[in-house]
Design a protein around this ligand. Structure first.
Ligand code: ZN
Length: 165
């Protein structure tokens, strides 16, 4: 299949803002996330993979951007303020032993933070959560009622207006 995009040229297309899966309009729910709250310049989503309870993504809303130098300093400052609010909400809601905040863009090159609460009991305590390939990651889905309850608690803790359902 000569037209089948390879992983590499898919990344290049997405980095150029073509068919980027994190650009707006963005689904409130898909196989990867559920919407939690709209913040100043970004939106918070609870990951469908809850191996690390509270694992969330904070995705830049205003435009496609791949790296920090693609946004203005004021936009970057607002994005960091949103990260602060999201991290604090997750810490208050879940009281994990630690929390990881990571910006990589190796899979989806659109500015987003991975916010990963860490627990002494978690499968990779003392090490990064990321293994060598995504296929090696442990995947844990919560029962739907638990996922919805967790979304509500984190949303309340952000002290921000959520989008109407
Ligand atoms: Zn994008």
């Amino acid at each position: 299949m000569p037209d089948e995009p390879t992983e590499k040229n898919k990344w290049d297309r997405w980095a150029g803002g073509i068919d980027c899966p994190m650009c707006q309009p963005r689904p409130e729910s898909n196989e990867y996330w559920d919407f939690v709250a709209r913040l100043n310049i970004s939106s918070l989503y609870l990951s469908k993979n809850q191996t690390y309870r509270g694992h969330s993504l904070l995705i830049l809303d205003v435009r496609h951007a791949t790296r920090p130098d693609h946004v203005s300093f004021d936009e970057w400052a607002l994005f960091c303020a949103d990260l602060y609010a999201a991290e604090k909400a997750l810490m208050q809601t879940l009281q994990p032993d630690h929390i990881n905040v990571e910006m990589m863009g190796n899979v989806v090159p659109h500015l987003h933070w991975q916010i990963v609460p860490r627990y002494r009991s978690d499968p990779r305590w003392g090490a990064p959560v990321w293994t060598t390939t995504r296929n090696e990651m442990t995947v844990t889905a919560l029962p739907q009622a638990d996922q919805i309850d967790l979304i509500r608690k984190v949303r309340n803790a952000t002290n921000k207006e959520a989008l109407p359902d």
